[in-house]
Structure formats: C-alpha cells, structure tokens
Design a protein around this ligand. Structure first.
Ligand code: NDP
Length: 322
C-alpha cells in the first residue's frame, strides 16, 4: 500500500511517501481503507522524536474511511467510520482499535469526519471534564483559531462562558470572534493584564493553554486564585521546569497536564465524547472548519504550514485509491 513513512525523526522532509506492507488486524482491531486522514499537532511531535515510536513507522492518528475486515465479524464490510487513536493513519489502510471507532452520520463530509474526533474530543474533555465550564465562567484559550482552539471556543461560548482568545493575526482574530470569542488578544508580555482589564479586574476561572513554552507564564498570571491552568499542549515548545511554589504565589492555583488518552480511558468514555461531538456537528451547534486539504504525498507541506503558524482550523490529507 501507499503510505507516509518516517524512517528517521526530524523536520517535515522525513515524511516519505512510499510503499509499505499493509497492516493485519488482531481480534481487537478492525482493518479500514482510509479515505482521508486528519493532521494534528501531535503528529509533528512524533515526527520530531519528542514523542517516541519505533522506526520506521507510519504517523497519523485519525481519519475516515470504510471497513475492509472485522476479524470478529461484527462490523459489515463497507461500513463508513471515523476514528482517532490509531497510529498509522497516513496510509491507504490502517488497523483501528474497535473501541476507537465512531459512526459517520449522514451529511457529514469526509473532510469533517476525518478531523472531528481528535480535536473535537479534546475540546470536549477540556471544557466538560478537566474544568467543567458553567454559565457565567470565564476562560482564556491560547491558539484560539487553531483546530482545538476553534472547537473549544464554540463549546465554551455555547455554555454562556466568557471566552478570551489569543491569536497571532487579524485573520485568525476574525475566526475566533466568529466561533464565539468575546475578546481576542495578541500574544504579549502583558496578556494577563489585558485579560483582567476586560474581566472586571479578575483572573479567569480556567486557562486552556495548548501553546506551552511561550505562553505559560502569562497563563499562570491570567488565572484567578484557586483557578485552573490546563496545559494541554506545547506548540511553541515544552514548558521549562519550575518551582511548584509558583502555584502558591499565584493564589493556590491548580495546574494539570491532561491527555486525550487519560480522558477517554473510562468504560464507554470515548463513545460518549465522540457521540457528543458528532451530535453537535449534526445539529449545527458545532462547526469544524477544515481549512486545508492536502494530497497524502504532500503531508510534508501540511506539517510545514501547521508548524509555521500559517494554518487555522483543521487540516486533512486525501488518500489516493491506488
Ligand atoms: P493548532 O491548529 O492549534 O496549531 C497550533 C497553533 O499554535 C498555531 O496555529 C499557532 O496559532 C499556535 N502557536 C503559538 N506559538 C506557536 C509556535 N511557536 N509554533 C507553532 N505554533 C504556535 O494545532 P492543534 O489544534 O492540532 O493542537 C493545538 C495544541 O493542542 C497542540 O499543542 C497539541 O499538541 C495540543 N493537543 C493536545 C491534546 C491533548 O489531549 N493533550 C490533544 C490534541 C491536541 P497562532 O498563530 O494563533 O499563535
């Protein structure tokens, strides 16, 4: 089969479009023909070797396509599915753990199906789990026009939460406002001060920070006493080690570094969150903005664009049939 293969870790150039042996499913997996794969920031961490996988490997965790074979015979061949948490999705075929599959509702485009689950479930557990937002709360979202950012903004705003968003360009600011942000800021050393000024002098109840290194200290400054800083990513690099006493001086704040794995680990939790995301897409309350569709062979361009901050919303790869 055709696939993107990583034989050495590094920059986007290590994403090689080539032939690779098709995978074989075990009893807990379902073999799927991939139509489109979602591109996520986490794919760049594996490509760079920040997160480890044995070489060579096929990157990518999510996508949409049709079932080729279910060893347990439970899912019919040809069933349209979406998934996340199936490493190897940048390929014509992938084995998906059966408990990480979701049905694709009628009317959902392949682009949206390929990119809705990883970012959608993340936005869902951030806003409904790590810190359960309620009407009247306020939150700060960094990279507010990114894949997770736009979805988290919509989910928070729909609960009656005041959303402050941080982005790098005017175009991204438009998208953040469009998703429901009340105020949109640029990254700066006095971000927290600006947020507090708009928030009646108070810190926000929760910060959702997927940018990491460059925003972390402002995230600590922006949260209210006993509020929550949720550091869920590191688009600008990992946060430097620091003294936990800092959490005290900022007012007994909570810091968490969550993962989608832990937040879908309970019995039925993945299905419940996937269902909430797909239902919201179907009823129109959640909009997945796919702003870039690349050929599978051009995966390196998608990674380049994502890491150079040129993109907003979600990106997908179109997988060739032969
Ligand atoms: P995005 O679409 O949000 O892309 C990353 C964005 O980060 C950029 O568009 C850019 O937006 C912003 N950014 C700020 N500084 C930098 C920098 N130095 N280099 C590159 N980008 C920068 O990606 P995703 O939605 O896929 O992921 C967002 C974050 O969420 C990532 O950190 C990812 O690892 C994390 N994540 C975590 C999960 C979890 O369970 N913990 C699951 C899924 C994602 P701007 O130009 O506006 O600054």
């Amino acid at each position: 089969m055709k696939a993107i293969v990583i034989s050495r870790t590094g920059g986007p150039e290590v994403l090689e479009f080539t032939d690779f042996d098709a995978p074989k499913p075990n009893d807990d997996q379902v073999l799927v023909e991939v139509d489109m794969a979602g591109v996520n920031y986490i794919d760049t961490y594996y490509r760079e070797g920040v997160y480890h996988s044995r070489l060579p490997f096929i990157p990518g965790f999510e996508g949409t396509g049709r079932v080729i074979q279910d060893p347990q015979g439970l899912i019919a061949e040809g069933t349209k599915v979406a998934w996340c948490d199936a490493m190897g999705s940048y390929a014509q075929q992938v084995c998906v753990p059966r408990d990480r599959l979701a049905a694709v509702p009628e009317g959902v485009s392949p682009e949206v199906a390929a990119s809705m689950l990883l970012q959608g479930i993340t936005a869902h557990y951030l806003t409904n789990g790590v810190y359960e937002l309620k009407e009247g709360d306020s939150c700060l979202i960094t990279a507010g026009a990114g894949g997770v950012g736009l979805l988290a903004t919509q989910m928070a705003a729909s609960k009656g939460v005041r959303v402050y968003s941080v982005v790098s360009t005017d175009e991204k600011a438009e998208l953040a406002f469009d998703a429901g942000a009340h105020e949109v800021f640029r990254y700066s050393d006095n971000l927290a001060e600006q947020v507090r000024r708009h928030n009646g002098g108070r810190g926000v109840d929760v910060v959702y920070d997927g940018v990491g290194k460059s925003t972390f200290s402002e995230s600590l400054e922006a949260v209210r006493p006993r509020g929550t800083v949720c550091l869920f990513g590191a688009a600008s690099g990992p946060v430097e080690p620091f003294d936990p006493q800092l959490l005290n001086t900022h007012g007994s704040i909570y810091l968490t570094r969550p993962s989608i794995g832990a937040w879908t680990s309970e019995e039925g939790e993945f299905a419940k969150r996937a269902q909430a995301v797909t239902q919201a897409i179907v009823d129109g309350s959640l909009r997945v903005r796919v702003t870039g569709t690349y050929a599978l062979a051009d995966a390196h361009l998608a990674h380049q664009d994502l890491q150079s901050r040129a993109t907003s919303g979600s990106l997908v790869l179109e997988v060739p049939k032969n």
